[in-house]
Design a binder for this molecule. Structure first.
Ligand SMILES: *Cc1c(COP(=O)(O)O)cnc(C)c1O
Length: 381
């Protein structure tokens, strides 16, 4: 299916609402039935019926259909945050006594779930360097039920060989989950490499306007139905119809937003590479990246986030540099309209070897405007 068709036409059903171009927000908690028999049928088929908005809502479902189609997946469940997507997906696949193999340095709250919460239920996790397939082979045991991936990982952007890992997992009957937030389905389709469940922080690129928190879980009809009747309905981390509508609006501009962010990022990286003030750049598409061939195989386009370290390792200078930049806000998150920086020294001690790292997200501003700002403030550094 063509992405333009998915974003603009699929699941719109305009004849049901006066041929309005924009879909309605069905702002309701429950749905009424004309007869007891129809009601009774619906209650036993909740995944396919509108009974209660914690389960299904037409505005949310329209978004689910588009998200699934963009992913090339059979089905999608939208949830109230990326963290909820992680929790629903992971907890749906493991039971007491099971073992998880996870790439190390995945999203912090996913790490927290696996190190703090799951051990209380008898589920253990081994964190490995995901760049070498042998680490997976060596760490998998009879108890391993799940492999958890994030490719690329944040800050240093190492990637994993999705095809090889999926093949290994399939052979052993192990489920694979990937956090694909950095790429979106437009840049990387893990399903094509055999990954089972794809999760997103839709707060980031998909929504893209820094005004809502949202998550998505994509996969087979069978798996999504299993999650729906268990974790999804019981945890109740739903996305509201209002926020689903905002996401539907955001999807209209997703390709053009990604294109702008991507093009600006390449220009800005060109500038930074030439700057004598920069020590190192971490970015998947750097020619010097030892994983560049795998990057080119798995990722269809360069995205808008990278990390740099400055030659000047003095923390007060780094802080001053960050605070002086006019075109960047100092904040967590990324994927919105606004360019952001996140200095590592806000998270680690000043003596940490990574303390001079700064993560950049390039938003929708003109590249020249950002470069001018960087040039001025790097010069003062
Ligand atoms: C932000 C983020 C999450 C968490 O998503 P929320 O929507 O903030 O709950 C998960 N994974 C990655 C890679 C993220 O950047």
């Amino acid at each position: 299916m063509n992405d333009s068709y998915i974003i603009n036409q699929l699941a719109e059903n305009r004849e049901q609402y006066f041929h309005a171009v924009a879909p309605p927000i069905i702002q309701t908690s429950n749905f009424a039935y004309p007869t007891v028999d129809e009601f009774a049928y619906a209650v036993t088929h909740e995944k396919d019926e509108h009974i209660y908005t914690r389960g299904n809502n037409p505005t949310v479902n329209m978004l689910c259909q588009k998200m699934a189609a963009l992913e090339g997946a059979e089905d999608c469940l939208m949830v109230g945050s990326g963290a909820a997507a992680i929790t629903n997906a992971i907890m749906s696949q493991v039971s007491m006594g099971d073992h998880i193999v996870s790439v190390k340095n995945v999203y912090s709250w996913a790490t927290r779930l696996m190190t703090n919460t799951l051990p209380r239920f008898g589920i253990t996790t081994t964190f490995i360097d995901g760049t070498d397939i042998n680490n997976f082979v060596e760490t998998i045991s009879d108890k391993t039920r799940l492999i958890y991936l994030e490719s690329p990982i944040s800050w240093t952007f190492e990637i994993q060989d999705l095809e090889k890992i999926a093949e290994l997992a399939r052979k052993k009957g192990i489920i694979t989950i990937i956090d694909n937030s950095y790429c979106t389905a437009l840049c990387q389709k893990p399903i094509e490499f055999g990954i089972d469940i794809i999760i997103y922080s839709a707060t980031k690129y998909y929504n893209g306007h820094s005004d809502i928190v949202a998550g998505a879980i994509c996969g087979s009809k069978e798996k999504m139905t299993q999650i729906f009747y268990n974790e999804y309905m019981t945890f109740g981390n739903i996305l509201s119809p209002q926020n689903a509508w905002l996401m539907l609006r955001s999807l209209r501009t997703l390709p053009i937003r990604l294109k702008q962010s991507s093009e600006s990022t390449l220009k800005i990286l060109d500038f930074l590479r030439k700057s004598p003030k920069i020590d190192k750049i971490w970015y998947p598409f750097e020619e010097s990246n030892p994983q560049i061939d795998l990057v080119n195989k798995q990722m269809k386009m360069p995205m808008g986030m990278f990390t740099v370290s400055l030659k000047n390792k003095d923390i007060s200078s780094i802080k001053k540099f960050c605070e002086s930049l006019q075109s960047f806000l100092i904040a967590v998150s990324w994927g919105g309209h606004e360019s952001l920086i996140m200095p590592k020294c806000a998270f680690v001690s000043e003596t940490d070897p990574q303390a001079s790292m700064i993560r950049f997200y390039i938003g929708l501003e003109e590249a020249d405007y950002i470069i001018e700002d960087l040039e001025k403030n790097l010069f003062l550094l």
